[in-house]
Design a protein around this ligand. Sequence first.
Ligand SMILES: [Zn+2]
Ligand SMILES: [Zn+2]
Length: 405
Amino acid sequence: MESDGESVAGILDEAAAMATELAELRRSIHAEPEIGLDLPRTQRKVLDALAGLPLEISTGRELSSVTAVLRGGRPGKTVLLRGDMDALPVTERTGLPYASKIDGAMHACGHDLHTAMLAGSARLLSGHQADLAGNVIFMFQPGEEGPGGAQIMVSVGVLDAAGERPVAAYALHVISSLLPIGVLGGRVGPIMAAADALEVTVHGRGGHGSQPHSAADPIPVTCEIVLALQTMVTRRFDIFDPVVITVGTLHAGVADNVISDEAHFAATVRTFSAQARERVADEAPRLAREIAAAHGMTATAEFVPGYPVTVNDETETAFVQQAIADLLGDGRYITAPNPVTGSEDFSYVLDEVPGAFVFLGACPPGTDPWTAPFNHSAQAVFDDAVLPDGTALYAELALRRLAAS
Ligand SMILES: [Zn+2]
Ligand SMILES: [Zn+2]
């Protein structure tokens, strides 16, 4: 049996030798971005990249997912590696030679890199099939940016693709700022927020703007609810288990001298624990309804669930940190002080399987990670140079985790 040192250097060298093909795949996906659950061209590129490998491949019915299973030459457990494949409704303004050819679609969240790295790791691990002590599920997922491909893939059985539940699941996510290129960042516990919505309609009774007493004006009541939500956040919730409520739309009325029949607003609600999420789901709609009632009106208030909190397992996060140190050297992993307030549907996988979700800094060399445009910006740039290390890390996590179980 090889020593760890030899196998680690081998994986890294093998991934480095794939740099050109990884960049070509990534740029081809980048130039033709697709949005949502239906990504036929991207799916075709993944299937082409996996062609000829000793994989059991299946594709989704309700979405253009690709699930591939590699069965190792030695018996053992199963691990899952995930890469998302979808782009965003953004018109690219990077000026890159391989920039999106499609107006209104851009890989502004770097999922093109995830797809290329995951496909690369399938090729890399296929070369190590004989040494592999168990199975690897490669989860190529559409619809991360909405409406939620991971939940669909979980519901149709991606976790059982190898015949038994994985013992661990891992995902990498590139970011175009905040981390220097090639540096990984993670943390134990919540790493991304839950993202839910609150939809409120206050039902009043319209009338003449000069005679509010003969109408029921929903606007002041709505304003009161918006402010009371902020008071609720600071007075009713633990500051160390934070809640963010941002009212993003607010609509009522047609003219300055007309009292409208109703007013409507919608808010995004971010939480970092299942407990806080459950409480805010209960209390925010009640607050809206009861403030309306206090003014003799009614309110329809609905908490619309989105992605759950993404929670990293303590043991698996320590495992990933050690694998990064051994594979890539010291100084390549930092512990993030706080979760990120965005959300991620890998949370549905981590709700079922212990694992870790880790960021990979990918801003181009020479740019300042603190000021570079962030993910989702039309100017976000992710550098190809991170592809070999990311590919090697996916492969190393699977090899090492299976060897340990
Ligand atoms: Zn994104
Ligand atoms: Zn993303």
